[in-house]
Design a protein around this ligand. Structure first.
Ligand code: SF4
Ligand code: SF4
Length: 485
């Protein structure tokens, strides 16, 4: 044991000193000590980081459920209205042709995620990922009903009895309710939320709405109740390519092997190797195994950085609790970087990856702002009459006909005025004022008239402008006017 630990300590120290990329290890399942029939029974941990994680998870879950209930300008503020093919976001309506902005948003989000990952590792996974948030909710329910991790392991092993059946029924019912609410919460982004909840719980929802709610409810139940860390280990692509983003300055949950080894049990307040000369010949790790028991992915962080680690910080809080009990300095396990551990004071902002991802994220955010700033709430398409190039009227004028396809992209009824401009004294024959309902596209036929003597060419430019009458914007499009030259 002692020889192995010494080798491990030296290996860790060598790794810290010589490598640029943090080694990622895959540990065999049998090394994970709090499994029962391949199920991890997480021990619940309290601590500063867990307070932050719980707070962030609570905020995330509250936002998820409450956002669909926020109204703006008389409509649900965030709504992917599939039947109307529009996405409403706080008064801004995006149509399928505007969806490039969603592509920019996803690309910007990816670069921001990479940017944060270079600096703080998989902080997203541990503190904001819905998979983690819902898993911890399910574990909390499990703990309230079946007890702490030891009691849950005992209950798993126990033969079926009335008590076990009652606890299991209660737990799965509570999980089911959360899953059903989550299914409703998700579909509420696609169907007006207030009607949805009433329809689902009064059994008045349509077949397809009910099917989708149950589909997402079952996914939630299976993911958070049964699959849990398996999703992170086998399904999430992020865990697989995270090591590409890490560098020696990335702050990630790390065990200080130089300080901790040799590990071993001892009485409280004994001076260790890290505290000076000691007859104990032990490092600060008291081998209490708490860091393993609280780990939601079932790993032992003392074996080095592993791709299963989601940076949730539970082991940091657990180890700090042990360090406090034994009177040792905190942060034997902490968010730290390879460079910090080896004493190299290289600032994180000197990392070329950090700068690169930061610049890429800034560029994408600029593109999004520019896209929003330049987009118009009116859509105009001018189609020339294909039947004839021009007509000569009884009073010797030249006229061309067009169809204006005008869409009001807002959520309010708007009044518009049509203008024509060009070098040939164009004039609109007929009405120039329009009223268009929210989201409606109007096919509006117009005729433009001009004097024949104003033309030097047969093919002339003409510009149509649609202006909102209360200065909510305008849009123009060029077309052609033909004359008999
Ligand atoms: S090793 Fe620590 S930080 Fe990583 S997943 Fe396990 S408990 Fe969370
Ligand atoms: S919690 Fe800390 S002291 Fe206990 S086994 Fe883990 S690293 Fe060692």
């Amino acid at each position: 044991m002692s020889k192995n630990n010494t080798e491990q300590k030296l290996n860790c120290a060598n790794n810290v000193a010589t490598t640029q990329r943090i080694p990622i290890q895959v540990q065999p399942v049998q090394n994970r000590t709090h499994h029962q029939n391949n199920k991890i029974h997480i021990r619940q941990q309290k601590g500063d980081l867990q307070k932050i994680r719980t707070g962030m998870n609570t905020l995330l879950v509250a936002l998820f459920f409450l956002l669909p209930f926020i109204s703006y300008q008389g409509r649900q503020a965030i709504l992917f209205d599939l039947s109307e093919q529009q996405f409403i976001f706080f008064g801004t309506t995006l149509w399928p042709q505007d969806f490039t902005i969603l592509a920019w948003v996803f690309i910007a989000a990816a670069f921001m995620l990479f940017f944060v990952t270079v600096f703080l590792g998989r902080i997203w996974c541990g503190y904001l990922c819905p998979q983690t948030a819902w898993t911890f909710i399910y574990v909390w329910i499990e703990t309230q009903i079946e007890g702490n991790s030891n009691k849950r392991v005992a209950l798993d092993k126990a033969p079926w009895s009335g008590e076990k059946l009652k606890k299991r029924l209660l737990k799965h019912s509570a999980w089911g309710v959360i899953a059903l609410l989550t299914g409703c919460g998700f579909i509420a982004y696609f169907i007006p939320a207030r009607e949805l909840y009433i329809d689902i719980f009064t059994f008045n929802a349509s077949f397809w709405v009910t099917t989708w709610v149950w589909f997402f409810a079952i996914c939630t139940y299976l993911n958070a109740g049964w699959m849990r860390e398996q999703m992170c280990l086998h399904c999430c692509p992020y865990s697989r390519f995270q090591s590409v983003m890490f560098d020696a300055n990335t702050k990630t949950v790390t065990y200080n092997a130089v300080r901790g080894e040799n590990r071993g049990p001892r009485k409280r307040n004994q001076v260790t190797n890290s505290g000076g000369d000691s007859a104990l010949k032990l490092g600060d790790c008291v081998d209490c195994n708490l860091c393993v028991e609280v780990c939601p992915t079932g790993i032992d962080i003392r074996n080095g950085l592993q791709y299963e680690c989601i940076d949730c910080g539970a082991c940091v809080d657990a180890c700090n609790q042990t360090m406090d009990k034994f009177g040792y300095q905190r942060n034997l396990i902490s968010y730290t970087s390879e460079n910090a551990l080896s004493g190299k004071a290289e600032p994180f902002y000197e990392s070329y990856k950090f700068i690169g991802y930061g610049i890429a994220a800034l560029i994408m955010l600029t593109v999004i702002v520019a896209d929003i700033h330049t987009r118009s709430n009116i859509e105009l398409n001018v189609l020339r009459d294909r039947q004839s190039l021009y007509r000569e009227t009884n009073d010797n004028k030249i006229e061309n006909s067009y169809t204006l396809k005008i869409r009001n992209k807002t959520q309010q009824t708007r009044l518009y005025r049509i203008y024509v401009s060009g070098n040939n004294g164009y004039r609109l024959a007929g009405g120039v004022n329009l009223k268009i309902k929210p989201g409606e596209q109007l096919d509006y036929p117009v005729t433009v008239v001009a004097e024949p003597e104003s033309f030097a060419n047969s093919h002339n430019e003409i510009t149509f402008t649609i202006a909102e009458q209360h200065n909510y914007g305008q849009v123009s499009q060029q077309s052609s006017f033909f004359a008999p030259i």
